[in-house]
Design a protein around this ligand. Structure first.
Ligand code: HEC
Ligand code: HEC
Length: 651
């Protein structure tokens, strides 16, 4: 256990035990021996010495950050996605029941003060700087809800973003905030007083998982990926990031706030990985006081640390799927490892931050001799540093990357040294877990970039959280080159066989073997692993209806649309509850290699798709019918089109 100097306060708990609300309910305390998959999603700091972790399984773990132990666990239920602290109260989002829970934690227990219904599938909660309100970003409702905190929390406004909302960031002057797309590459600027969406920047990226500001507040840093639809899944394209790039991007905050076109391109792009050592799935991000960027690399079970404008990142092995970071004090932070039910404490305080920064700088200067930091794909070259640096790097990588943790111990510590800096990592498991079953093993594989050549990307890189990054990719999925296809959502994929646009894969494991071999270009999968991945994919439920009918008139319109859908024989091919069928059909659309017969995509959740058909050739649902007369033997009247579209959007 590294010694560290966080001010020790016992669980600094507000000792006012009277509840804010008469009906506050005590939360059930869970025995530390309870065997379950907790799956920590996020961590927040309750006070100097206490962290609170929201677990996907529906519990909250309270962690003593000084003694580095779990002090209590409380049952809340649902599927928890994020946690924040405002005015000493814990705010937790539950995606299953679409709730924002407000909880008070005190020495003897925890009580639920309020359960506020919020728009469908809240993903993140961010507290406003004055701690009087918070914002909740919802993935499927595509909104940002503004919630007034206090005795009776309530939604004061719901801002329509038009895209599934994910990460959020308040800007220093508090008048604006940024909200990122949960799947593709949009970033909205929201006015925090008028609640207007002032600008939406779209920069052709996906998987925006980290937003942070430089210490001078002038530069925005974004961790994200880019999928290039012209790349081929050849090993040579993969290791230079031509196919999928893992990056840290900088942009001028002023330009972003003004909505300047191309604002996001105003800064630099820094490739987080190296040719032979990809950095699959960059996730959570923060900038420490020394100005170093700390990025969780979710797909390779590492954290990367480095000055954002250099290319010399240090990488430290952590637990499985690091997805959240909590800075404690300079040089110390906690990593949340979702799929190993654990936290990792990283301590780099042996050497002062200045010391490290200057050592990194002189190393860089010596190696690069005034060379400008690269700003394009060529920067995917290995860091241009001295041979001894590279050797050191490889050695260190080998030491930590494959390190297997002993999950049965509550905490295990190992130290290592890199470039003269002592880095201590200490592992804390949140509680005992059962043995992994097929679906849990499959989940680990799905989120692992180790399945791809040189660890550049995972299944999740394209099928974001099982859905889609909205891109197009030439995966050789149809055994041809030069005919990139739209990345399909895998939500509900268990019952929509056969698989692949050409409908050639009669079982899920066959499709998975194909994806592993020809898309990932890794070592391939054993049959057991393919079956495990299939078991995981079968747990993915279809998304909720895009726009459920709200009023009676709306319901009538949906019903008319449904009747029309049947009378136009759409159901011949989009049949039953899955709204697809097992055959392939020529519907008049030909791909670049002359393929004409496709398996009908399911129409469940079709409203969420911004681009349709196998190559994204149309950019709205209307155009499927107005421009392509898809399977219509006559023109539809305006009224008919309206009801058909309304029906499709209700799915
Ligand atoms: C580079 C992006 C990319 C990555 C990475 C990727 N896929 Fe895909 N996936 C696609 C595209 C594009 C398609 C459609 C290809 C086609 O059918 O021609 C697809 C199709 C599929 C399908 C068929 C879906 C259906 O409804 O027919 C499954 C299942 C699938 N992928 C699973 C996986 C798994 C498992 C992994 C990881 C081993 C993976 N994919 C990695 C892009 C990707
Ligand atoms: C003969 C079979 C068949 C019939 C009948 C049919 N479809 Fe399709 N549909 C397909 C196929 C195949 C595709 C995919 C074509 C492609 O992308 O190249 C498709 C694609 C679509 C799409 C785009 C989905 C996406 O994700 O890109 C929509 C929407 C759609 N159909 C709606 C309808 C409606 C509404 C009707 C009735 C008017 C209808 N279809 C009738 C086979 C059919």
């Amino acid at each position: 256990m590294p010694a560290y100097s966080v001010i020790v306060r016992s669980l600094a708990i507000p000792l006012v035990l009277t509840s804010l609300m008469a009906n506050a309910a005590d939360l059930e305390r869970i025995s530390p021996d309870t065997v379950q998959f907790r799956r920590p999603a996020a961590i927040a700091r309750l006070d100097e010495a206490t962290g609170v972790v929201a677990n996907r399984c529906g519990t909250l773990s309270l962690v003593d950050l000084v003694k580095w132990t779990v002090v209590a666990e409380y049952k809340l239920g649902g599927r928890l996605t994020d946690v924040a602290v405002a005015d000493g109260l814990v705010l937790v989002t539950d995606a299953e029941r679409s709730r924002l829970n407000v909880i008070r934690v005190f020495r003897e227990g925890a009580e639920l003060l309020s359960e506020l219904p919020v728009p469908t599938h809240p993903l993140t909660v961010q507290v406003a700087p004055d701690e009087k309100s918070c914002t909740v970003a919802s993935k499927w409702a595509r909104t940002l809800a503004v919630v007034k905190l206090g005795d009776e929390p309530a939604i004061v406004d719901t801002i329509d973003l038009g895209f599934g909302a994910g990460e959020q960031l308040y800007l220093p002057d508090e008048s604006r905030m940024l909200v990122a797309d949960a799947f593709t590459g949009r970033l909205a600027v929201v006015n925090t007083s008028t609640h207007d969406v002032e600008h939406v920047h779209d920069f052709g990226a996906h998987n925006i998982r980290g937003l942070a500001l430089s210490n001078d507040g002038q530069t925005l840093l974004i961790s994200h990926q880019i999928l290039n639809d012209a790349a081929l899944p050849r090993r040579s394209d993969i290791i230079w990031g031509v196919m999928i790039d893992n990056m840290l991007r900088t942009a001028k905050i002023d330009d972003i706030l003004k909505g300047k076109p191309g604002a996001i391109y105003s800064g630099q792009t820094i490739n987080v990985g190296y040719a032979g050592q990809g950095a699959g799935d960059p996730d959570s991000l923060f900038i420490d006081q020394a100005g170093r960027a700390v990025i969780a690399l979710a797909g390779v079970n590492e954290v990367s640390i480095g000055a954002p404008f250099s290319r010399a990142f240090q990488r430290i092995g952590v637990g499985t799927r690091p997805i959240d970071l909590l800075p404690l004090s300079e040089g110390r932070f906690v990593v949340v490892n979702e799929l190993s039910d654990s936290l990792t404490l990283i301590d780099m305080t042996e050497n002062s931050a200045d010391d490290l920064a200057s050592r990194n700088k002189s190393k860089r200067d010596a190696a690069q001799d005034g060379e400008e930091p690269a700003t394009d794909a060529s920067s995917a070259k290995p860091a241009a540093t001295s041979p001894s640096y590279d050797e050191e790097y490889k050695k260190r990588y080998a030491e930590t990357a494959g390190k297997k943790y002993d999950d049965s111990a509550t905490a295990s510590t190992y130290g290592s040294s890199y470039q003269g800096t002592d880095i201590f990592t200490s592992h804390l498991t949140l509680g005992p877990t059962p043995d992994l079953g097929p679906a849990e093993r499959g989940e680990q594989l799905f989120f692992s970039a180790r399945l791809s050549h040189a660890s550049w990307f995972s299944c999740h890189s394209c099928h974001v959280d099982g859905h889609t990054n909205g891109g197009r990719s030439d995966t050789f999925g149809d055994d041809t080159e030069g005919a990139p296809k739209r990345v399909l959502s895998l939500l509900g994929v268990g019952d929509t066989g056969p698989w692949g646009w050409n409908g050639k894969k009669s079982t899920l494991p066959k499709q998975i073997h194909q994806s592993a071999a020809s898309t990932m270009r890794g070592k391939g999968l054993s049959d057991k692993s393919a079956t495990d991945l299939a078991a995981f994919l079968k747990t993915l439920r279809p998304p909720p209806p895009y726009q459920p009918a709200a009023t009676l008139a709306d319901k009538a319109l949906v019903k008319d649309g449904r009747r029309l859908f049947e009378s136009l024989s759409c159901t011949d091919c989009h049949a039953g509850t899955t709204l697809t069928s097992p055959d392939v059909y020529d519907v008049g659309l030909v791909d670049e290699r002359g393929l004409r017969k496709f398996n009908p995509p399911t129409l469940r959740g079709v409203g969420y798709r911004e681009n349709l058909f196998h190559d994204k050739r149309v950019s709205s649902l209307e155009e499927v019918f107005t421009e392509f007369d898809h399977q219509l033997d006559r023109k539809l009247t305006g009224t008919e089109l309206k009801s058909l579209l309304r029906y499709l959007r209700s799915l």
